[in-house]
Design a binder for this molecule. Sequence first.
Ligand code: C5P
Length: 287
Amino acid sequence: MPGRRSRRIRALAKINLSLRIVGARADGYHELQTVFQSIALHDTLVLRANDGPFALECGDPACPVDRRNLVWRAAERVWRAAGRRGSPRGFAIELTKRIPIEAGLGGGSSDAAAAVRLLGGWLGVGEEAQRDVAAALGADVPYFLEGGTALGLDRGDLLFPLLDEPKAWVALAVPGFGVSTKEAFSWWDQSSAARRSPKAGRGSHALMNDLEAPVARRHPVIGRLVRALKRAGAAHAAMSGSGSAVFGLFDDRPAAERAGRRLGRGVRVFITPTVGRKAYRRLTAIG
Ligand code: C5P
């Protein structure tokens, strides 16, 4: 166990600039072509040594602090990857949540990836084993080991770094409800889009989110927010991941702020810049 008693890391959120569903998989997952983009909005994790069984602490009552939390499962898996027996013990993680939950911003997955890196360093688990643990935790988790702009294929976990897009300012609109990722994909399965055979190449490079229509059908406010952001001058606006968050991209901060003010009541608004790969590495360094 290293001498230092505590370590800290940021867990940045993402948006999906595009999310195309290109097929079904035998394992029940969907084959994706998605473009991930890091944004500066982040949670914080602090790891510290303590006596007794592993404990997860979080001040947000909406955030589970048991096995339902991916950070908990990350701790179990890294513990086993380090060759330890039994349940994790001897450390605690304090999680400060800022990324809205069930919003399609990858908060749970980013927290998990951050926990894998923190604990991997603490318990002496190498980077390759950390990548295996991340892939086992969820389809989005491996992306958060890389960050920046990246193309995700297969389940979204076969990653190809892309050239960083020019920095943009993001107006994020988060309605007062969350959407379960599993449910969003099942709504897509029930939609007519699922019955059309994917036509290779046709429209597959357009920036759009195939989950948006089936989710907006159940939650019309999502469609309204996308339209409002476009009217406010967004260069691109769409739902992120499986929702419920909607984003608009703007050239500068004042334009994003102006758009945010026009979104109305009942919606939380975050104004945050995109983050390229180099800055992601710096911002997520363990301190
Ligand atoms: O991997 P993760 O636990 O984040 O995925 C949550 C759910 O989202 C999966 O159980 C699956 O139903 C759905 N999903 C999918 N295809 C993907 C990613 C997620 O069907 N590529």
